[in-house]
Design a protein around this ligand. Structure first.
Ligand code: DGL
Length: 278
């Protein structure tokens, strides 16, 4: 695949949560075109096996390549944790970035003491990918992982503030030892809960959100490879899902605080789960 600065950027997520990453990308790269694919037929990814998530991510990447994408951003933390190596092996010509590496680099910078907690889905926690990435930047870090799957449903339900959110976040935080100075929101949905999390952990803990750090990494990545668009004016967006476009459009409002202009398309993609051999 020849590098083509005119193509859109592909953004892939298990569903609607990746819109937090899309939003940060849109703000950082106003002239770029984006094609977003949410695999709403098969979400959540957060409790699935590495083999299954890798197979889903491969299919999604191939579908997005049909739109002539110049690079792929894997917005889903779970897919970034479980599928990046197989995507890079199977599709070596497709420039591809996940959210974990930028989040880990920022975390290593932000933490003074090296005591770090990462909130993520169960599959991301099991993968060990965040701890490994943080340790590459900061070998002495003490990284604790906290699986918080229920926060995904809370955010999708629109209950990311108020007593229900506070009760559930408090229950998860009870599992932690105190003393960490940096908390990583290692899941697409968790930035919506950041105000509640902040109110419970207090002002002294740094909160790292991989959406914003990924957006600036993507900008640098495009510039370094001469892949940034030379077009001026607002870029275009296209949104595709594998099921229930209406539901996606409705939930999108919680994540973007605005409606998706131009509608959401149903993607035509085989939903088999057999992975390709890496
Ligand atoms: N997108 C997923 C992540 O960031 C959360 C939702 C899911 O489990 O599919 O890990």
């Amino acid at each position: 695949m020849a590098a083509n600065s005119h193509g859109p950027i592909g953004v892939f997520d298990s569903g609607v949560g990746g819109l937090t990453v899309y939003k940060a990308l849109r703000e950082a790269l106003p002239h770029e075109d984006f094609v977003y694919l949410g695999d709403t037929a098969r979400l959540p990814y957060g409790a699935k096996s590495p083999e299954t998530v890798a197979a889903y991510a491969q299919q999604a990447a191939r579908l997005l390549m049909e739109s002539g994408i110049k690079m792929l951003v894997v917005a889903c933390n779970t897919a970034s944790a479980l599928a990046m190596p197989s995507l890079q092996t199977l599709l070596p010509a497709l420039p591809c970035l996940g959210v974990i590496e930028p989040g880990a680099a920022e975390t290593a910078r932000a933490s003074r003491t090296g005591r770090i907690t990462v909130m993520a889905t169960e599959s991301t926690v099991r993968s060990g990918a965040y701890a490994a990435a943080i340790h590459r930047h900061r070998p002495d870090a003490d990284v604790r992982m906290l699986a918080c799957n229920l926060l995904v449903s809370l955010a999708e339900e629109g209950w990311s503030e108020g007593p229900e959110a506070e009760m559930v976040v408090k229950r998860y935080l009870r599992e932690l030892d105190s003393g960490f100075d940096t908390l990583v929101l290692g899941c697409t949905h968790f930035p919506l809960l950041a105000p509640v999390i902040r109110s419970l952990i207090g002002p002294d803990v740094a909160i790292v959100d991989s959406a914003t750090t990924t957006a600036s990494t993507v900008r640098q990545f495009l510039e370094a490879r001469s892949l940034a668009t030379s077009k001026q004016g607002n870029g275009r967006d296209r949104f595709m899902v594998t099921d229930s476009p209406e539901r996606f459009a409705r939930l999108a409002h919680h994540f973007l605080r605005q409606d998706i202009a131009g509608g959401v398309e149903l993607a035509h993609m085989s939903l088999r789960i057999t992975p390709e051999a890496a």
